[in-house]
Structures are given as structure tokens and as C-alpha cells.
Design a protein around this ligand. Structure first.
Ligand code: AFP
Length: 281
């Protein structure tokens, strides 16, 4: 696994460079969901593929930016699902964006997720890795990622990051979020799940939700590239990561690698509260 994390670190350093210098405009291409790709999406996807395909233990890659799974070699142990530049539409306004990686064995099922990592490109470039026992924070320092600390969530927090178009929220979801603000929780939502979840993790707790809505019953966040890797990070840090039926995202069995699911991440108190609002407790 060490070499996979090293490949991710190399890709992250190159993506950070691209973010600093490259054009933030749109390309002429569309991705598998029909979104017009930014030039930075295409460049970041190329960088990740180039770096990870050099790793002898990587057998195949599945990118949010590509329709098909890309076989790399026979015999490698790992399948990597990744979103090379999540929240890329925030790059032109100079907000933080990120990359997300899930390292699977055999197939892209939650039960097969062996490790996860994400990178935040903000004022500093930080990487969080989740493997075996620990969730670790690393920070780029003169071209090299240096270990900073182990991350743990508290049992409750003060922040709420509520995704999805409010116009289409179900009434019980609106009641949940309104009740939290009425009790003093503070809004922290940038529109990039990497910095939004990173903030909840670093500040010790809170709730991030991207629910199913009346216009998108299964939400927007993709299981293989986004929510299952983050579920690994949040559970290992002592928090919870569930869907709207109260099931762990980490036992999800997506039928296709682009499948989406409603998702809730956070510390225990807030997730239990969300599940009560959804009638799951
Ligand atoms: P893009 O990668 O298309 O910019 O989407 C980012 C994202 O998947 C995730 O990072 C955000 O939490 C979520 O979308 C924001 O979506 P809304 O714009 O619907 O709030």
C-alpha cells in the first residue's frame, strides 16, 4: 500500500502545480455524467493515471472522468477508484478543491475498500490517508509530504455542511437542518466535499449531508470515487458515514462504478440525530 500512497503523493504534487499555472477554462469534452469537463479535470485525470499506472500493485483504475474501468496490468492486487479533481468548478474562483482515492481489492464494493486517501489543494496542500488503524494528516513541505498528526473526531461538533439544492429537499431534511441552525450550529459549505469534509474532520465534528432530493432521489455523490473513500476516513477517525436508510456506506454494493447514493458523514451525535430525522432509529 505504501507505494500506492507514494504514487498518490506524486500525482498530488503535479496537480497542485497544474492548479497554480494552468487554464481554468472548459474543454470541448463531456464526462460520463454529461458534465462538460474543465481542462483541469482532464489534466488531473491524466496525471493520476500516469502516476498510478507506474505502481506494480495497481491492476486497474476507475476515474470519475471516464466511463469505463481502465485495465493497467494483470496480476496487480489493487483497483483504484478516484476523482482526480473534485469540486473543479471552484478552481476559477480560487476556492479549495481536492482529489479523492479509494484503494479496493477484487471489485469496487465497500467491503473490499482497503484504504482511502484524499488531498486538499488550499492555501496549503494536505493529504489524509486511512489505512489499517490510523487516519493520518500529511502536509506538503517544499515538495515532500510530511506527517503532521493522527486525526480523531470528537463525539459531537458545531458545523453543518448541507449539500443539495434546498428547493428540492424533503421536508424532514429541511426540518433537520433548520433545527440544527436554530440550536447554534454554524454553516460551513463551500460546494467542494473535500474541503467541507476536511473542515469537519480537522475541527473535530459536525454533519456533512448530501441527501436524496425530489429531483435526484439518489443524490449526487458517487460511491466508488467519493463517498466510500470518505466513509473509510470518517469511520476510522471515530465518526459515522451512513446512507439515508441508516446503512453504513462502507457496506454498499454499487451495481455500476458511477452509482450515487444519499450520504451523511460526521460525528456520532449529529449522525444519530440525522438518522432520527429520517426515521431510522
Ligand atoms: P463537481 O466536481 O462537479 O464540481 O462537484 C463537486 C461535488 O460532487 C462535491 O464535491 C460537492 O459536495 C457537491 O458536488 C456540491 O454539489 P452542489 O453544487 O449540488 O451543492
Amino acid at each position: 500500500m505504501k507505494e500506492v500512497f507514494e504514487g498518490i503523493a506524486k500525482a498530488a504534487a503535479r496537480i497542485a502545480e497544474a492548479l497554480e499555472h494552468d487554464d481554468t477554462g472548459y474543454s470541448d469534452n463531456k464526462n460520463s455524467t454529461g458534465d462538460v469537463q474543465l481542462k483541469l479535470d482532464i489534466r488531473s485525470d491524466y496525471i493520476v493515471e500516469e502516476e498510478l499506472s507506474r505502481i506494480p500493485t495497481v491492476r486497474a483504475l476507475a476515474s470519475e472522468e471516464k466511463e469505463q474501468i481502465e485495465p493497467i496490468r494483470t496480476g496487480g492486487q489493487y483497483l483504484v477508484g478516484y476523482d482526480p479533481l473534485d469540486g473543479s468548478s471552484l478552481a476559477d474562483v480560487d476556492l479549495s478543491v481536492g482529489s479523492i482515492f479509494g484503494v479496493y481489492e477484487n471489485s469496487f464494493l465497500g467491503a473490499n475498500l482497503m484504504a482511502a486517501a484524499y488531498v486538499v489543494y488550499g492555501p496549503r496542500v494536505e493529504m489524509v490517508t486511512a489505512y489499517k488503524q490510523n487516519v493520518e494528516l500529511w502536509r506538503q513541505d517544499r515538495g515532500e509530504f510530511k506527517f503532521v498528526q493522527i486525526l480523531r473526531l470528537r463525539d459531537s461538533g458545531k458545523l453543518v455542511a448541507p449539500g443539495g439544492t434546498q428547493q428540492y429537499w424533503y421536508p424532514h431534511h429541511k426540518e433537520l437542518i433548520d433545527s440544527m441552525f436554530a440550536e447554534g450550529y454554524r454553516l460551513r459549505y463551500s460546494g467542494g466535499m473535500v474541503p467541507d469534509l476536511h473542515q469537519i474532520l480537522i475541527k473535530g465534528g459536525g454533519l456533512f449531508s448530501y441527501p436524496g432530493t425530489t429531483d435526484k432521489a439518489k443524490g449526487k455523490i458517487r460511491l466508488v470515487f467519493e463517498s466510500m473513500p470518505f466513509a473509510k476516513v470518517f469511520e476510522m477517525a471515530g465518526g459515522l458515514a451512513l446512507n439515508d436508510r441508516g446503512e453504513r456506506l462502507l457496506v454498499s454494493e454499487p451495481k455500476g462504478h458511477h452509482d450515487t447514493s444519499p450520504c451523511f458523514f460526521g460525528s456520532k451525535t449529529e449522525i444519530e440525530r440525522a438518522m432520527r430525522a429520517y426515521g431510522n432509529v
